[in-house]
Design a protein around this ligand. Structure first.
Ligand SMILES: [Zn+2]
Length: 297
């Protein structure tokens, strides 16, 4: 994949699909790595050749932070919103939806399934960057744009002098926008997406799948991508009008393929994602029944 001046793109396995992601290496006099979801072999080779001074995480999700632990000598930063909650497994459970959907008991169960190295990677984070300020890494200028929606704290590193932005989970995949954690927000997702379109850049680098988009391509894809939100709205509204209750609605596979919903974490995000659409459509869940918000107020 292309490099952009001092920016080197490091691929993750399987087109950087979840549970991996693309990393970005700033090869300047200061060696900075943005996200650590890429292939560990490639990351280690960069580490051996250059030595990473600083690891920067765009947000807390394990597909972007999973290999932080490989850089034991580097300083590690995350965004200021997620710093507090992302260092412990309990903190993660409150923002990723597990606590909301299953309570304390569910959190205890989920903890057993979390790989040790993921939490180790998050636990090593020792500081934060500031949003919307100019950082100079060697001679490379970067701003960490606050682009909430996917998570509350997601940052998109923007390189004004290179005309490049790293848009992480605005991945333009056919799955569509992901805002399914407790801290995700559909309207914010749309707002941030539109903001990205207005940047003075020629290239968008995504964290997963295709990877590189020209401005025109990204604009075109963003329209299709955000339209998936409306399709989800329509589908959910249709089922609610048919009289389905919350359990029934969350067993259909609106976000994830139905057959994958036996996986607890995917089921968690199916439920929390549907809740967000219900709220957007003016409904609320009361003991498994879906009722119009105006009727309870
Ligand atoms: Zn993510």
């Amino acid at each position: 994949m292309n490099n952009f001046g001092p920016l080197e793109i490091i691929e993750g396995p399987n087109k950087s699909k979840v549970p991996f992601s693309r990393s970005l290496f700033i090869n300047s006099s200061k060696k900075v790595l943005i996200d650590t979801g890429a292939d560990p072999k490639s990351l280690l080779s960069i580490q051996q050749r250059y030595g990473i001074d600083l690891v920067v995480n765009t947000h807390y999700h394990p597909d972007h932070t999973r290999h932080n632990y490989l850089f034991s000598n580097a300083e590690k930063w995350i965004n200021p919103i997620e710093y507090g909650s992302s260092l412990t497994v309990e903190g993660i459970a409150t923002i990723n939806g597990v606590y909301q959907e299953w309570g304390t008991e569910g959190v205890e169960k989920w903890k057993q399934s979390v790989p040790q190295e993921w939490m180790e990677s998050l636990g090593e984070i020792s500081g934060t960057y500031k949003y919307e300020e100019e950082y100079l890494f060697g001679d490379v200028k970067v701003h960490f744009l606050h682009t909430p929606g996917h998570t509350e704290g997601l940052a998109c590193p923007y390189f004004p002098e290179l005309g490049v932005v790293f848009v992480g989970d605005y991945d333009m995949s056919s799955f569509g926008p992901w805002y399914n954690g407790t801290d995700g927000d559909i309207d914010a997702f749309i707002e941030s997406g539109k903001r990205l379109l207005n940047l003075d850049v020629h290239t968008y680098i995504t964290g997963h799948q295709k990877g590189l988009f020209s401005k025109a391509e990204f604009k075109q894809e963003m329209e299709k991508y955000l339209a998936i939100i409306d399709k989800r709205d329509e589908l959910i509204d249709k089922y609610v009008r048919q009289g389905l209750n919350f359990e029934e609605l969350t067993n259909l596979g609106i976000f994830y393929p139905k057959k994958t919903l036996t996986n607890t974490i995917l089921k968690t995000w199916e439920r929390s994602g549907i809740r967000k659409h219900l709220q957007r459509l003016g409904y609320t869940v009361q003991n498994n029944d879906i009722v119009l918000l105006s009727a309870v107020r």
